[in-house]
Design a protein around this ligand. Structure first.
Ligand code: NI
Length: 187
Protein backbone atom coordinates (compact mmCIF):
# COMPACT_ATOMS: atom_id res chain seq x y z
CA UNK A 1 0.00 0.00 0.00
CA UNK A 2 1.05 3.57 -0.64
CA UNK A 3 0.45 6.87 1.02
CA UNK A 4 -2.33 9.01 -0.39
CA UNK A 5 -1.53 10.87 -3.56
CA UNK A 6 1.16 13.44 -3.05
CA UNK A 7 1.96 12.47 0.54
CA UNK A 8 5.63 11.73 1.12
CA UNK A 9 7.81 10.96 4.04
CA UNK A 10 11.50 11.25 4.55
CA UNK A 11 12.87 7.76 4.92
CA UNK A 12 16.59 7.06 5.10
CA UNK A 13 17.27 3.93 3.09
CA UNK A 14 20.38 1.89 3.84
CA UNK A 15 22.65 0.98 0.96
CA UNK A 16 23.16 -1.50 -0.59
CA UNK A 17 19.75 -3.12 -0.43
CA UNK A 18 18.22 -6.28 -1.83
CA UNK A 19 15.25 -4.92 -3.65
CA UNK A 20 13.02 -7.16 -5.72
CA UNK A 21 11.04 -6.20 -8.79
CA UNK A 22 7.47 -5.24 -7.90
CA UNK A 23 4.84 -7.03 -9.99
CA UNK A 24 2.69 -4.47 -11.79
CA UNK A 25 -1.05 -4.65 -12.60
CA UNK A 26 -2.53 -6.36 -14.63
CA UNK A 27 0.10 -9.10 -14.21
CA UNK A 28 -1.85 -12.31 -13.40
CA UNK A 29 0.56 -13.11 -10.56
CA UNK A 30 -1.27 -10.46 -8.54
CA UNK A 31 -4.36 -12.70 -8.71
CA UNK A 32 -2.66 -15.76 -7.22
CA UNK A 33 -3.64 -16.90 -3.74
CA UNK A 34 -0.70 -17.19 -1.37
CA UNK A 35 -0.25 -20.36 0.69
CA UNK A 36 0.42 -20.64 4.43
CA UNK A 37 4.01 -20.58 5.64
CA UNK A 38 4.97 -23.92 7.22
CA UNK A 39 8.72 -23.46 7.82
CA UNK A 40 10.23 -20.62 9.83
CA UNK A 41 13.72 -20.99 8.40
CA UNK A 42 16.26 -19.03 6.37
CA UNK A 43 14.04 -18.87 3.26
CA UNK A 44 11.36 -17.02 5.26
CA UNK A 45 13.93 -14.69 6.87
CA UNK A 46 15.25 -13.86 3.43
CA UNK A 47 11.74 -13.25 2.04
CA UNK A 48 10.92 -10.89 4.93
CA UNK A 49 14.19 -9.02 4.45
CA UNK A 50 13.54 -8.60 0.72
CA UNK A 51 9.98 -7.43 1.35
CA UNK A 52 11.13 -4.84 3.91
CA UNK A 53 13.91 -3.50 1.72
CA UNK A 54 11.75 -3.41 -1.39
CA UNK A 55 8.95 -1.63 0.50
CA UNK A 56 11.37 0.91 1.91
CA UNK A 57 13.04 1.60 -1.42
CA UNK A 58 9.62 2.15 -3.02
CA UNK A 59 8.47 4.39 -0.14
CA UNK A 60 5.52 2.07 0.52
CA UNK A 61 3.51 1.57 3.68
CA UNK A 62 3.02 -2.13 3.09
CA UNK A 63 4.09 -4.86 0.69
CA UNK A 64 2.79 -8.40 0.28
CA UNK A 65 4.68 -11.43 -1.02
CA UNK A 66 2.46 -11.78 -4.10
CA UNK A 67 3.69 -8.32 -5.17
CA UNK A 68 7.22 -9.66 -5.60
CA UNK A 69 6.12 -12.91 -7.21
CA UNK A 70 6.27 -15.04 -4.04
CA UNK A 71 3.33 -17.14 -2.89
CA UNK A 72 3.73 -17.38 0.88
CA UNK A 73 1.30 -15.67 3.25
CA UNK A 74 3.64 -12.91 4.37
CA UNK A 75 3.43 -9.14 4.27
CA UNK A 76 5.36 -6.28 5.79
CA UNK A 77 4.13 -2.89 6.92
CA UNK A 78 5.48 0.36 8.30
CA UNK A 79 2.91 3.10 8.85
CA UNK A 80 5.19 5.27 10.99
CA UNK A 81 6.01 8.83 9.87
CA UNK A 82 9.72 8.16 9.49
CA UNK A 83 9.73 4.49 8.48
CA UNK A 84 11.12 3.40 11.85
CA UNK A 85 8.53 0.75 12.81
CA UNK A 86 8.70 -2.10 10.31
CA UNK A 87 6.68 -5.18 11.18
CA UNK A 88 6.24 -8.51 9.40
CA UNK A 89 3.07 -10.60 9.47
CA UNK A 90 3.27 -14.31 8.67
CA UNK A 91 0.02 -16.25 8.12
CA UNK A 92 -2.11 -13.26 9.19
CA UNK A 93 -5.80 -13.72 9.96
CA UNK A 94 -8.33 -11.02 10.80
CA UNK A 95 -10.30 -12.38 13.75
CA UNK A 96 -12.66 -9.45 14.32
CA UNK A 97 -13.81 -6.27 12.62
CA UNK A 98 -15.64 -3.20 13.88
CA UNK A 99 -17.16 -0.19 12.16
CA UNK A 100 -16.29 1.31 8.80
CA UNK A 101 -13.86 3.87 7.45
CA UNK A 102 -13.25 5.31 4.02
CA UNK A 103 -9.70 6.28 3.14
CA UNK A 104 -7.78 6.96 -0.05
CA UNK A 105 -5.58 4.04 -1.05
CA UNK A 106 -2.84 3.50 -3.56
CA UNK A 107 -0.79 0.42 -4.36
CA UNK A 108 2.83 -0.11 -5.41
CA UNK A 109 1.51 -2.60 -7.99
CA UNK A 110 -0.91 -0.09 -9.55
CA UNK A 111 1.20 3.04 -9.94
CA UNK A 112 -0.60 6.35 -10.26
CA UNK A 113 -4.02 5.00 -9.28
CA UNK A 114 -5.72 6.18 -6.09
CA UNK A 115 -9.25 5.75 -4.82
CA UNK A 116 -11.29 5.84 -1.65
CA UNK A 117 -12.04 2.37 -0.31
CA UNK A 118 -14.51 1.38 2.39
CA UNK A 119 -12.95 -0.91 5.02
CA UNK A 120 -13.42 -1.96 8.63
CA UNK A 121 -12.47 0.83 11.05
CA UNK A 122 -10.95 -1.45 13.66
CA UNK A 123 -9.59 -4.96 13.28
CA UNK A 124 -8.01 -7.57 15.47
CA UNK A 125 -5.39 -9.61 13.65
CA UNK A 126 -3.55 -12.77 14.62
CA UNK A 127 -0.25 -13.64 12.96
CA UNK A 128 3.23 -15.04 13.53
CA UNK A 129 6.48 -13.12 13.51
CA UNK A 130 9.33 -14.36 11.28
CA UNK A 131 10.70 -16.51 14.11
CA UNK A 132 7.37 -18.31 14.48
CA UNK A 133 6.12 -16.53 17.60
CA UNK A 134 2.37 -15.88 17.49
CA UNK A 135 1.12 -12.35 18.20
CA UNK A 136 -2.13 -10.42 18.17
CA UNK A 137 -2.62 -6.80 17.30
CA UNK A 138 -5.53 -4.40 17.32
CA UNK A 139 -5.33 -1.84 14.55
CA UNK A 140 -7.33 1.27 13.72
CA UNK A 141 -7.18 4.09 11.15
CA UNK A 142 -4.39 3.87 8.54
CA UNK A 143 -2.83 0.79 10.11
CA UNK A 144 -6.14 -1.13 9.93
CA UNK A 145 -6.53 -0.12 6.28
CA UNK A 146 -2.99 -1.20 5.44
CA UNK A 147 -3.40 -4.63 7.05
CA UNK A 148 -6.68 -5.25 5.21
CA UNK A 149 -5.12 -4.07 1.92
CA UNK A 150 -2.12 -6.42 2.33
CA UNK A 151 -4.16 -9.46 3.40
CA UNK A 152 -6.28 -8.86 0.30
CA UNK A 153 -3.08 -9.15 -1.77
CA UNK A 154 -2.40 -12.56 -0.21
CA UNK A 155 -5.84 -13.63 -1.45
CA UNK A 156 -5.24 -12.27 -4.94
CA UNK A 157 -7.46 -9.25 -4.34
CA UNK A 158 -6.60 -5.64 -5.18
CA UNK A 159 -7.97 -2.41 -3.73
CA UNK A 160 -9.63 -1.58 -7.05
CA UNK A 161 -11.79 -4.72 -6.64
CA UNK A 162 -13.63 -2.88 -3.85
CA UNK A 163 -14.80 -0.15 -6.26
CA UNK A 164 -17.95 -0.15 -8.34
CA UNK A 165 -17.32 -1.22 -11.97
CA UNK A 166 -17.88 2.36 -13.15
CA UNK A 167 -15.51 3.86 -10.60
CA UNK A 168 -12.92 1.20 -11.37
CA UNK A 169 -13.07 1.97 -15.10
CA UNK A 170 -12.55 5.62 -14.31
CA UNK A 171 -9.58 5.26 -11.96
CA UNK A 172 -7.84 2.77 -14.29
CA UNK A 173 -8.25 5.02 -17.33
CA UNK A 174 -4.73 6.54 -17.10
CA UNK A 175 -3.21 3.02 -17.22
CA UNK A 176 -5.10 2.12 -20.38
CA UNK A 177 -4.45 5.32 -22.28
CA UNK A 178 -0.94 5.87 -21.00
CA UNK A 179 -2.04 9.40 -20.20
CA UNK A 180 -0.06 11.18 -17.53
CA UNK A 181 -1.51 10.87 -14.06
CA UNK A 182 -4.12 13.53 -13.40
CA UNK A 183 -3.52 15.69 -10.37
CA UNK A 184 -7.19 15.76 -9.49
CA UNK A 185 -8.52 12.46 -10.83
CA UNK A 186 -9.12 10.24 -7.85
CA UNK A 187 -11.60 11.31 -5.25
NI1 NI B 1 -1.10 -2.91 -2.67
Amino acid sequence: MLYSRGAKRNVQTPNPMTTRTIVIYPDPRLRAKAQPVTAYGPALQSLVKDLLETMKAANGLGLASTQIGDLHRVFVMDVSEDGSCPIAFVNPVVVSRKGQQKRQEGCLSIPGVYADVLRAAEIRVQAFDPSGQPFERTAVALEAVCIQHEIDHLDGRLFIDHLSPLKRERVLEPLRTGAPQSLFGAS
